[in-house]
Design a protein around this ligand. Structure first.
Ligand code: PLP
Length: 422
């Protein structure tokens, strides 16, 4: 894509500034804290506090069990799913909000394996987030070790898929690497997966709400994602699951085996039928009673995306990460931090990571200086950016504090013991 002419660039910039100035006002953030960890736990949208007061105080407190109907609690998984659908390029009935990302991977992986009988291989990336890999390992064991999980290096994925050809049942990948921030080309990789007749499950934990997605247009079969990262749904927020419309007839005809056949996935839960008849749509993915409080928080949090164009979010997100990398250059050089995030903006998500042997201690010292990032074993310092509440000025201030922390050697004073959550 060529650059827009200068005058147009200025207009786009002005427009973006006003858009994000408005979105920044919608969040609570402690003063003097620059929060670069929204990729792990999104900040709190102000409106969520009111919604919680309403749901807890009025709906639960006053209306009690009637609220399932009067406040449509029972429809929250679909309503929230439909809001997420716009952000991931899916039709409203292709996404449902429920359970955790781990559990949604379990449900989808188990179902999809049965859609490719006779094929033994599951392929993933050795750098994939551990829970995704653990879930796959558990399923392989549960199914009597008839399947094999092959963990490929990222650069060898396409070759690994081609090499195993028609033995491959499912390829399960995360679009943005949680350590390095490297970004997969979903459309390209999904085509490679389909070329051997396998199914694609994409984990969008570090992309939903920050990277523009077109799941339906790209032909992605199945996807999952996280509600508490860029979507700002709060700690432990429900995750989401996506099923391409080409499989919706299978849902309706009950030809896609249901991995966890709980009563909320029944077509008529309140008939209390002793026999399981799955719902004809994505509600098949529901298991037990919806987590009304956390779904309500996520529902309101998603309103901060109203009117935001994901292409504009992406443009500003790349401006933030590019500026951070540029300003960090002298610090990285002086203290021998290895930039593990791709320099090419089109190959990264919205985080910047550096490797350093002292990474854990430096991150702790930074947090004390009001710059909140996080640490991922073995040696990664990770900083996430979202224009919804981080500006270019915040980036400059964060780097200034970073320089001061390093100069003062504050990180040397950090205790050696790691906290339970890093
Ligand atoms: C954060 C993250 C998860 C989290 O899964 P939970 O079940 O919510 O704990 C899963 N996969 C990836 C790739 C993640 O980044």
């Amino acid at each position: 894509m060529s650059n827009p002419p200068k005058q147009m660039r200025a207009t786009v910039k002005l427009m973006m500034n006003s858009v994000f100035t408005k979105s920044r006002e919608q969040f609570f953030l402690p003063s003097n804290v620059i929060y670069l960890d929204g990729n792990s736990l999104g900040a709190l949208p102000k409106a969520v506090v009111q919604r919680m007061q309403q749901v807890v105080g009025e709906q639960w407190g006053q209306d009690l069990i009637r609220s399932w109907n009067t406040h449509a609690w029972i429809e929250l998984p679909q309503r929230v799913g439909a809001k997420i659908a716009r952000l991931v390029g899916a039709s409203p009935d292709s996404v449902i909000a429920a359970d955790s990302t781990s559990l949604n991977i379990y449900k989808l992986l188990l179902s999809t394996l049965s859609m490719r009988p006779g094929r033994r291989i599951i392929i993933s990336d050795i750098g994939n987030f551990p829970t995704d890999l653990y879930i796959a390992q558990g399923i392989v064991q549960l199914l009597g070790n008839q399947h094999e999980l092959i963990l490929s290096e990222t650069s060898a994925l396409a070759d690994t898929i081609a090499a195993h050809g028609e033995d491959v049942a499912v390829v399960m990948l995360t679009q943005v690497d949680y350590r390095t921030g490297a970004l997969h080309d979903i459309e390209h990789m999904t085509r490679k997966i389909h070329q051997v007749g396998a199914l694609a499950i994409w984990d969008l934990a570090h992309s939903a709400g920050i990277v523009p997605l077109a799941l339906e247009a790209w032909g992605v079969d199945f996807a999952v994602g996280c509600g508490y990262k860029y979507l700002c749904g709060g700690p432990g927020a429900p995750a989401f699951a996506y099923i391409h419309p080409r499989y919706h007839p299978d849902l309706a005809q009950n030809t896609l085996p249901v991995a966890l056949s709980g009563w909320m996935g029944h077509s008529k839960p309140f008939d209390f039928d002793p026999y399981y008849h799955p719902s004809p749509d994505l509600r098949q993915l529901l298991v037990g009673t919806p987590a009304v409080l956390s779904l309500s928080a996520l529902d309101t949090a998603l309103d901060v995306f109203d009117g935001l164009d994901m292409a504009v979010v992406r443009q500003e997100s790349l401006a933030l990460t590019t500026r951070f990398i540029e300003l960090m250059e002298p610090i990285a050089e002086q203290y021998e931090f290895a930039l593990v995030t791709p320099r090419d903006p089109h190959q990264r998500g919205s985080q910047v990571s550096y490797g350093s042997d002292y990474g854990y201690h430096i991150v702790q010292a930074l947090i004390q200086a009001g710059v909140v990032g996080d640490f991922r074993a073995p040696n990664i310092m990770r900083f996430g950016f979202t224009p919804l509440y981080i500006s270019l000025d915040d980036v400059a201030e964060a780097v200034a504090r970073f320089a001061a922390v390093m100069q003062q050697g504050a990180w040397r004073d950090q205790g050696l013991a790691r906290l339970a959550v890093t």
